[in-house]
Write a new protein. Structure first.
Length: 501
């Protein structure tokens, strides 16, 4: 058993020097990570603590200095935007001078890609580049596929608007968690989302088959918007729409797509499938609204994104979890077979066979992550079909202990810890004693607030709220002398469940 008195929320050492903004303003910096809170309180994007690159007036044309035109003076706002765009980001805790844009993306000093985007929206694009992209992958590295979206924003207005909306609502979540005013960012998020809906409907009315992958990427980002906001809302409708597009994309293949966009599409497809699976586990098994995903090749699609998926679950495990979500308590034979398949699955062999992992990756942590997801899926089957435990002489208590132990092996300041929300929710919902409950609660809260890899997505807060309601209902039954019941069966009856990923 882990030490349940220790939520493992220790932080990395704070930076030694002030952030760039505070140094310029000669203010005392609080040296918070990932950004200075004084900057956020002033409505600024913190430029961070590492090396800051700037545009220079160096002769880049190759001719004599007299032949090179002098640059136009920049306004203070545009100069700030340029500095924001060029700030080196921290990759896996280490400073990286490379900006993270793929080598195929060409930027012109005189005519940048984002020339038609106003200063305010450039701040949102910068925030997407610096903060949102790192939330969407296991490790934020040079080849982060989500940065391939930036060159697409000029040609696909619906994609640009949903990215602006996603970045703005992410900023809202960050500011709200720190008690910083965020009304303007909220207005910007909702306005951009409304424009994205309108533009996306127009694109669907005049659909070019070659643009289906881009449209699907945009639809999946509507799900990301919902997850950042609260995890509630119309995520199920968006998943259904993405599933329909996914079927048509799989029939077309990725021929003709640039390699970077094809990789981005693979990652987004995997995210969509993951959202579908984890959205199905708490749905009524008789709900057929997600049947649009039946033709999709789940395992092969997830394998393409295994190196980037922050959940670190084996595609084989996710496929079994999806099959288990369709089981009713009477489907004992099939449930036993799925449970035995999970027990027999070789997690270590799978982890060490993942291709294209980051050099910063930690395979030992990945093994624990994969075991966490496997044990959480096992516990799900026992709760969905209670008779499995009697047949296999297995109890939820033994699985619960193993699940807690593997979760505890993942340090809270590790970037992969953000992929533990669903499994920690499963462990917390099954916990009866106050110590285990508080430990799980602390882990989930730390993912949002207390680590260097802060992930302020609103669905985590909604998941915590659901946990507390499950505990309150169970405790009331115990006080009344009743059976505690099966929390999973009760959740399957909720009409508006939260999407927990």
């Amino acid at each position: 058993m882990p030490d349940l008195s220790d939520p493992r929320t220790s932080l990395i050492k704070p930076p030694r020097s002030a952030c760039h903004n505070c140094r310029r303003a000669r203010l005392r910096c609080d040296r918070s990570v990932p950004g200075c809170e004084k900057c956020h309180a002033r409505g600024q994007i913190c430029l961070g603590y590492g090396l800051l690159l700037r545009w220079t007036t160096t002769n880049t044309a190759g001719g004599p200095p007299s032949q090179v035109s002098k640059p136009r003076p920049l306004s203070r706002e545009v100069e700030k935007d340029a500095a924001l765009t060029l700030r080196p980001r921290s990759v896996g805790g280490a400073e990286a001078v490379n900006m993270g844009f793929p080598s195929s993306i060409q930027f012109s000093l005189a005519d940048p890609l984002l020339q038609d985007i106003g200063p305010g929206n450039r701040l949102y694009i910068s925030h997407f580049d610096r903060s949102v992209c790192q939330d969407l992958v296991s490790f934020d590295r040079e080849a982060n596929p989500f940065r391939f979206m930036l060159p697409l924003l000029h040609n696909f207005s619906y994609l640009r608007e949903i990215i602006l909306a996603t970045s703005a609502v992410h900023m809202v979540a960050t500011y709200r968690s720190r008690g910083v005013p965020h009304q303007q960012q909220l207005v910007d998020a909702l306005t951009a989302k409304g424009r994205a809906y309108h533009l996306l409907r127009q694109a669907l009315d005049h659909l070019d088959p070659a643009n289906r992958p881009i449209i699907m990427i945009a639809v999946v980002f509507f799900i990301n918007f919902d997850l950042i906001e609260s995890g509630r809302g119309k995520w199920k409708t968006h998943i259904q729409a993405a599933g329909k597009l996914l079927n048509s994309i799989q029939s077309l293949g990725s021929a003709g797509l640039p390699s970077g966009v094809a990789k981005l599409a693979d990652i987004v497809v995997a995210d969509c499938i993951t959202y579908h699976i984890l959205g199905s586990v708490f749905a009524n098994p008789e709900d057929t609204s997600m049947s649009v995903f039946r033709p999709v090749e789940i395992v092969s699609a997830l394998e393409k994104a295994a190196a980037f998926s922050y959940g670190c679950a084996a595609p084989f495990v996710m496929d079994i979890l999806l099959k288990a979500s369709r089981l009713s308590p009477s489907d004992l034979t099939e449930a036993v077979a799925l449970f035995e398949d999970l027990l027999a699955f070789d997690v270590i062999t799978w982890v060490y066979s993942i291709e294209d992992l980051s050099a910063l990756d930690n395979l030992e942590i990945r093994v624990h992550m994969a075991n966490v997801q496997r044990l959480a899926a096992c516990m799900y089957i026992l709760l969905a079909v209670p008779g499995v435990g009697d047949v296999l002489h297995t109890t939820t208590d033994s699985l619960h202990r193993g699940l807690l132990n593997h979760i505890a092996k993942v340090p809270m300041d590790h970037p992969l810890a953000k992929g533990l929300v669903w499994s920690t929710f499963m462990a917390g919902a099954q916990a009866d004693d106050p110590g285990s409950r508080q430990w799980c609660l602390s882990r989930m809260q730390a993912i949002r607030f207390a680590t260097s890899f802060v992930c302020p997505w609103g669905y985590v807060e909604s998941a915590i709220d659901m946990l507390q309601r499950i505990w309150e209902a169970r405790d009331r039954r115990l006080q009344d002398g009743e059976e505690t019941g099966n929390w999973l069966q009760e959740m399957r009856g909720i009409t508006d469940p939260c999407l927990i990923v």
